[in-house]
Structure formats: C-alpha cells, structure tokens
Write a protein that binds this ligand. Structure first.
Ligand code: FES
Length: 142
C-alpha cells in the first residue's frame, strides 16, 4: 500500500533533526508498538532557564520504524527543546501531527509513540532526581 506523506514529513524522514543519543542523558524514554514493531528512544538533557526553571536543554531520539515514526520523533524533539518540563509534558500528539502538516490516518499512532517516549524520558529524569535527593538526605542524617 502506498501512503501519501506530505513534503514536510518526507523531508524530515529523509533528513531528521536531532537524531542520535545523548551520552550523559538525564532521562531516557523508550516505547515500542507491539503491533507494528517500531521502537523509539527519547533522550533529554535538563538545564535551567534565567528564572531557575528546569528546561529541556537538549532532546534527541533514535527510532527504528516507519517514515512517520521517524518524522514524528524528530518533530517532537524540535517542539520540546527549550520548553520547561511542565510545558513539554503537555505536548499532545495532535500538536506534533499539525506541526508536520498532517499524517495519513493509519499513521497517527506513530505520533502518540513520540509523545509517550518524551513523557517517559521526563518521568525517568524525575525518578533519578528523587533518588539523588533521597540519597543526599540519607548522607546528611549520618
Ligand atoms: Fe507503528 Fe509507525 S507504523 S509507529
């Protein structure tokens, strides 16, 4: 079956932005779709803005999947970069789809993988931070 991807999707698929790993990532999210077999990783590096709020300083991805999965994961890194963690968590798959100028209906699920992977990376970061804070407290009590 031939799918009608628009030019923007094809351009990102052929030349994805922010592809790769962040070696010392603060958080990693991994999701897979058992039906199509696609797998996606999102890596985040957290920093602070001028007001001291935590922001996504860097976001990268690695995707083994269809053109839509690659284009949506690339697009979500571009949307999320520079956002506060709070705002990045609120990114909806529809925003990713709209930013790509639309996707074929049977490919919408690929965009939900991208939002899930980003959210899992943020959750991973928060868990690691909690653990670090807990360990610091334990050390203080000694
Ligand atoms: Fe499953 Fe694209 S076909 S993520």
């Amino acid at each position: 079956m031939t799918l009608n991807y628009n030019k923007k999707v094809m351009k990102l698929f052929m030349n994805p932005k922010n592809m790769g790993e962040i070696k010392d990532a603060d958080g990693i999210g991994k999701v897979g779709n058992p039906t199509c077999g696609d797998i996606m990783w999102v890596y985040i590096k957290v920093g602070k803005d001028k007001k001291g709020k935590e922001i996504l300083k860097d976001v990268k991805f690695k995707t083994f999947g269809c053109a839509s999965a690659i284009a949506t994961s690339s697009m979500i890194t571009q949307i999320a970069k520079g956002k506060t963690l709070e705002d990045a968590e609120k990114i909806k798959y529809q925003e990713v789809v709209d930013s790509l100028g639309g996707l074929p209906a049977i490919k919408i699920h690929c965009s939900t993988l991208a939002t899930e992977a980003l959210n899992m990376a943020i959750v991973d970061y928060k868990k690691k931070k909690e653990k670090q804070n807990f360990n610091k407290l334990k050390l203080k009590k000694r």
